[in-house]
Design a protein around this ligand. Structure first.
Ligand SMILES: C[S@@+](CC[C@H](N)C(=O)[O-])C[C@H]1O[C@@H](n2cnc3c(N)ncnc32)[C@H](O)[C@@H]1O
Length: 275
């Protein structure tokens, strides 16, 4: 299980062979089930930790985990990548806004952001609700935002962001929905109040239900195909007929579910569940 520089260019078969040992350990000791995640992505993330800790082999890294359990959370953080931004892929939000205005404006919409990272996506949806829903519907609308990472959710609840995550926020919306504070921007209470955060590992947990809108973006890119199908089944369960489902730009609807969904727009990876 020696790690060479070739580990990083994904060709080290010994590292690949050693990976299941590490994944079993993470599952056994911490209950984190990354066993269905894409091997190459995992190898890259683990490799980063090896370099950061100065370990030259996976065996050495396994020993380090034994001796310094605080390394578990650093590895967890490295595997669960939190990159996000407000209104990521703005054209998807524009399409959702149009549908909210046209069809759902009087509906107390329930939305679920699965894998919500530090909250940027969930607050973006809440801002859309505020822009598009009538007063009555808005009063009853809710965005449920879940992630496997409790620290990311803690950050999300603080709702304070750097300007570089807000490049897609229109200036008038920035004024309406954020309060500048010490060089950062805090989401206003009215929007924060629409979002409920909770820890949920979508691989191992029961999904939410009764949603008109489900966003699960930039999570499937880390999953192997069988896990994508298993998790998609949960998203499908959560979504009401006629509801909308958003996947990330680089993600695809698993084959067995294609017949149950109709694409909305072109190249958006936004789908409507057949009624
Ligand atoms: C790249 S972020 C996506 C954030 C946001 N959805 C977006 O598209 O901008 C991926 C998120 O998936 C979360 N994640 C990874 N595995 C997960 C799991 N099994 N259950 C729930 N969330 C998970 C990570 O913690 C991270 O916050």
């Amino acid at each position: 299980m020696y790690i060479h520089s070739s580990f990083r260019n994904e060709t080290n078969s010994r590292a690949e062979q050693g990976l299941p040992v590490l994944l079993d350990k993470l599952y056994g000791e911490r209950g984190w089930d990354f066993r269905g995640y894409k091997k190459m992505t995992l190898l890259r993330r683990v490799s980063k930790r090896l370099h950061a800790t100065g370990c030259s082999s996976l065996s050495e890294y396994l020993r380090l985990l034994e001796n310094d359990p605080s390394e578990y959370s650093r590895l967890f953080s490295s595997i669960t990548i939190k990159v996000s931004e407000f209104f990521r892929e703005p054209e998807v939000f524009a399409a959702i806004a149009e549908i909210l205005r046209g069809e759902f404006c009087g509906t107390p919409v329930r939305a679920w952001c699965c894998a919500s990272a530090c909250g940027e996506e969930a607050y973006s949806v809440a801002m859309l609700f505020s822009e598009c829903l009538g007063m009555d519907a808005l009063g009853k609308a809710k965005v449920f935002a879940t992630d496997i990472d409790a620290d990311a959710l803690e950050q999300a609840r603080r709702a304070t962001y750097r300007i570089d995550s807000m490049l897609n926020v229109a200036p008038d919306m920035k004024d309406r929905y954020f309060i500048p504070k010490d060089g950062l921007y805090k989401v206003k209470y009215g929007i924060r109040n629409l979002v409920k955060f909770g820890t949920l590992d979508i691989v191992q947990s029961t999904p939410l239900s009764g949603m008109q809108l489900v966003l699960c973006r930039n999570l499937f890119i880390y999953f192997g195909k069988p896990l994508q199908e298993k998790v998609f089944q949960k998203l499908d369960y959560a979504l009401k007929p006629g509801g909308l489902l958003a996947l990330g730009k680089a993600e695809v609807l698993p084959q067995p579910y294609m017949h149950g969904y109709v694409p909305v727009g072109k190249g958006l990876n936004l789908f409507r569940k057949k009624g």
